[in-house]
Unconditional design. Structure first.
Length: 237
């Protein structure tokens, strides 16, 4: 992972619970295994997510928070915050909650904007305000580099794209490096395949969103792909 170099503290910005494991679970596990201190900031609680069982939708926010905590524990992440809540909130501003903007499938594997976004949605927020919040956490955490999506947002989810712009600005303001996760179709084995079973265990925390079937992950929408252990990074600053 030469894009990260010899850093001691790495901060990830992800859009929803489960994104940290699906997009970077193997990378996070590898960093932790190498003694790097990893922090994760989650922008929203995935309020618009579909569920594997309609009965789970009754208290989805609490459930997704609990699922996220379980996955982070498996991956070895001890530092987590939700964007908009201290210490991931700019000093002097009252806490706020950025909510899931929702999406619509353009193709079976590509997402685009959906009709669900409300006034508190991440995509409706000022990029400058959200970046200030991320800077606050990065400073508190002592981040040396910030990792988030590229401008395509992995598979096009509007919240992922928003996170890219937020992270780029925050890294610039904090004076730290920015490394982007290169968008690609969901893949399986990669250089970090030795962490596949650990990633599978972390993914199993997200019973409201997916299921692990052997060496595959099956999403609530029916999309199936191998448990991802390949992560391509590109350093922009």
């Amino acid at each position: 992972m030469t894009a990260l170099g010899a850093v001691a503290r790495v901060l990830f910005l992800h859009a929803h619970p489960d994104d940290e494991t699906l997009a970077t679970g193997a990378l996070i596990a590898d960093l932790v295994n190498r003694g790097v201190t990893v922090g994760v900031v989650t922008a929203t609680r995935g309020e618009q997510g579909e569920t594997t069982d309609p009965a789970l939708a009754a208290d989805l926010v609490t459930l997704r928070e609990r699922e996220l905590a379980g996955a982070l524990a498996v991956l070895g992440v001890e530092h987590h915050g939700f964007l908009g809540e201290p210490p991931a909130r700019a000093v002097g501003r009252p806490p706020r909650r950025y909510t899931d903007s929702g999406m619509a499938w353009v193709t079976p594997e590509l997402a685009g904007p959906g009709p669900q976004a409300g006034p508190e949605a991440l995509t409706a927020a000022s990029v400058a305000e959200a970046a200030d919040d991320l800077v606050s956490y990065a400073t508190w955490f002592g981040a040396e580099v910030l990792v988030s999506y590229d401008r395509f947002g992995g598979y096009g989810h509007p919240d992922h794209v928003a996170c890219h712009h937020i992270a780029v600005l925050a890294a610039e303001q904090a004076g730290i490096g920015f490394v982007e996760i290169v968008s690609r179709q969901p893949g399986g084995p990669g250089p970090l395949d030795r962490y596949r079973e650990l990633v599978a265990e972390a993914l199993a925390s997200y019973r409201s969103q997916l299921r692990v079937d052997g060496s595959d992950v099956v999403h609530v929408g029916g999309q199936r792909h191998p448990i991802p252990t390949a992560v391509e990074l590109r350093r922009l600053s």
